[in-house]
Design a protein around this ligand. Sequence first.
Ligand SMILES: [Fe+2]
Ligand SMILES: [Fe+2]
Length: 580
Amino acid sequence: MSTTFLDQASLYQVINNLHFYHKKRLLLWFFAKSATVSFIPHSINSFQAFPAYKIQFQRLVWGTIITNFVSNVLEKKVGCDLMLITEDRNIYDIEKIFEVVLAFNSVKDRTELLYVILTKMMEITFSDAGTLYTVEDGKLHFRIIINNSMGVFQSSETDEIKLPPIVLDRDNIQNVSAYSAIKNEIVLVDDVYCENERFNLSGPKNYDKMTGYHTRAMLVIPICTQGGADEEVLGVIQMINPVDPETGEPSVYGNINDPPILQALSKIAANTLSNLMYVKELRLLLRSFAAVMTQAIDERSPYNNNHTQNVAILCERFAMYLSSIYPQGHAYHFDKIHIERLVLAALLHDIGKIITPLSVMDKANRLGERLEGIRYRFELKKCQNEIDWLHKRISNEEYAIEKEATSEALVFIEHVNTMGFLTDDQLDVVKGLCRIQYRNSEGAVVDLLEPDDVEALCIKKGTLTAAEREIMQQHVIITKKMLDNIPFWKYYGNVPQWASSHHEFLDGSGYPEGLSGKNVPIESCIITIMDIFDALIDNDRPYKKGLTIDKALGILIKMADDGKLHKRLVQLFADSKVWE
Ligand SMILES: [Fe+2]
Ligand SMILES: [Fe+2]
């Protein structure tokens, strides 16, 4: 069993700076695990008297307990100089180990984490070179290659690494990295040029021939998740040529019969990597869910059926454009994660339309489905006029006047039905049409236009009546209700609000809440601009031609001048040309 000799004063310093919770945990841990502690204090306060020397500190480092304990030590910024001495005579600076663990836990991006894992493991073993592979499709793929003395840094993310992947099967067991991954074992090769019966070391030798490098010692560590049924090797770290940190001279890797520190670190690295993969899968799942919902909404309507997709694409491009011209930390700078959240909000912004009736959502003109009924009643009126004339109940002249007036009224109604805007004079004519009467199926003389027909025909601008507009506006309330029922974790916490505020205007005239000024999130301001822009240039509707880009931008600028839209963002959008 490896043993740690701790300086008592240093240990006190660490313990005294720990949070009460961690003091307690540490105490419990000692209680449970340590056989060599000669005195267990009766209370937390008596910790001061803890006679800590020659304790099995290594076990504390070993395993996941390190994550909570160690990170708190460092968060408290305890300046300690504890050294952990293992039986293999490797001396690890504990503070350095803590730093490595913290570094693993602080990275949120997989590519960056792979880089941190390799560089930190190289640092802690004082290696001159290293390679990190990940396991995918039963093969080890080169991800990062670093060689400090040769100034080499290659990443599969940015460089084309021409080395073929290493197949993980029993036939390839002589490959040292394949062996480490298949057997889940740490492998140490003291000198690759010494005869070795276990491994085929032609790979590093060929590399040396090509590059002029001299590979000497090699330490290969599998990146394996915590034990149990789900234990999984996610990759392999191959470290090469240790150097003496003091002199810079070639050194040796220690005995690996008991390498708990490196093993523990590789397990922590693996678990962090695994957690990141789970988070990535969750994010992908959420994104796929949003995409499916988006498709369902867009396909409900034959018109502008790429609207949601278009808004999401415009938001993404515009946020990237903003980030290219504003520095990190600026309110208009959107990092990768922020853009991902914005795009998700854009994809979900109209999700509430899933319950909006198509008769309202796709209403192309003022009368909508009512026009057919009106035409039918006009036809009936014409027939009644003709019958009255045939039965000599009206004169020739009265018949002709009535016939012409009826036809003209219908033509006028059909014209008004599709007009974008009605003048006051036209509204007066519409109101005059209310006097037209006909005989219904029961023979009663009644108004030909029903109250709902008149209300629809009197819409000054647009196609929706007040009641229909309310139904339409409900979609943002439904969006909010639906998204509030999804347990977005902190990562996407603001998405429901950003999505459901896309009809708010800065002057407070929007809906549903009439938010104004700074109460409208900047992300919602962006979605609003893209939403209006896409609707204006929409060319899918047969009855309404989409506007040109210039005209659409003109309307956005006018709305910004009127205080509805974010003036600076509209100007930046016009400059960005992200629609191209
Ligand atoms: Fe909307
Ligand atoms: Fe929309």
